[in-house]
Design a binder for this molecule. Sequence first.
Ligand code: ATP
Ligand code: F6P
Length: 467
Amino acid sequence: APATNGAFRQEMRKVPQGDFIRPNRKTNGVGVQAEDTRICVVMVGLPARGKSLIATKVVRYLHWLSIGARTFNVGQYRRSATPNPSADFFDTTNTEGERLRKAAAEAAVADMVKWFRGGHGMVAILDATNSTKSRRKWIQERCHEHGIHTLYVESKCDDEDLIMQNILEVKTTSPDYVGQDPEVAAQDFRDRIRNYEKVYQTIDEDEFDLTYVKLIDVGKQVIINQIKDYLQSRVVYYLMNLHIKPRSIWLSRHGESMYNLDGKIGGDADISPRGEMYARKLPELVKQSVGDGRKLTVWTSTLKRTIQTARFLEFEKLEWKALDELDSGVCDGLTYAEIEERFPEDFAQRDDDKYNYRYLGGESYRDVVIRLEPIIMELERSENILIVTHQAILRCIYAYFMNVPQERSPWMEVPLHTLIKLTPKAYSTHEERLSADIPAVSTFREKGTSARIGDKERRESKTSVAS
Ligand code: ATP
Ligand code: F6P
């Protein structure tokens, strides 16, 4: 490595724009999208059709891709004037109710326009029922005045059982019903829906000029109209992959590797004897967490340490190149202390901005997120999946589900020999951790040091064994 390093650096220096050019360092996954793009995603549908859930997920997905996005929830604006309305507030013959609801929508749209003007992001989500043609026309005109494109996302679902389930899951605990009996709240919410049904107009041919996606029965059928640009098509593709069947995702790093023992990064080492113990214990740990008889698919990277770790699991297995560890380029096979010694400037730059720092000839966390996007899409489409992968990759997948900001995600501590269970809930993800109780080195390095936790103790114990 050192010989090629020099040559590599010379090559890099030949680039006229300056030292250490790393092309596309700031590429953020928006691809060909223009920087000044402004898209308002307008949610459409009766209450309890998953609009807020969809909005929350789209914002989380876009944030993960470094695309500024925010939800403007009209219900929250309405709540500041009318915190606990009963169903007749939503009856369109109630003129005071109509006035207050229009005022809430106006306030949300005005804030959204301000947000775009402030350059805070590319995608705003207007989360409301927007269930009449006249309301949609008004939004269309307001957005047009301010150069904002619109993408209407309608969720249409007539499955009474599912709607009742949704009401019980998220509506009876809504701030609209604090302190109320859940049964009374559920009945009131059903009456609220009846009031909306009286005036609800689904998006149809009259609105052929709108850009829209219509999700019918949680994506069993999808109708798409006039999608105009790259970012819109990405959002639509994401929406097409969503489902709401109960499931979990399990994440584990590979068992301790021989490289982990030596403090080296990257490579394709075998697992250590303790890593082997973890591999042998993993089926039991998985059984404990997954339960009997549940279908599960195991995904690994193409590197030996994950394949060896997963080999005793009796489930269908898939190897993904996209799950291989972050490529550390010319630093592959070195310890953090060696990197600091040979490439002090690079070492400091990585500490400064770990998310964006790209190893010479290798990758950054930002690059990893881009290559993981198909994995996220596939995860959204799938049911129970166990992923056995690597430290940096696990951090990026975890960050997507747990909404961890990118300044923090590369610094998260993810211990070896631990199974993490993530269960998507209505607006968040529930996490459980199960330790295998098999000792392993820590591969976690804190900012500002080249030592990993426990390095000092390990050195001392090696010296005492030698002496
Ligand atoms: P409201 O108009 O009252 O704000 P909403 O349409 O925003 O209601 P959510 O609060 O998002 O509804 O409802 C979440 C519930 O909807 C969850 O229980 C979730 O499982 C379910 N859900 C998610 N997506 C869909 C969908 N496409 N169709 C029907 N239900 C869905
Ligand atoms: O040390 C284990 C390891 O998976 C390395 O192969 C990899 O380079 C590193 O972790 C990623 O972690 P960090 O980004 O904190 O250096």
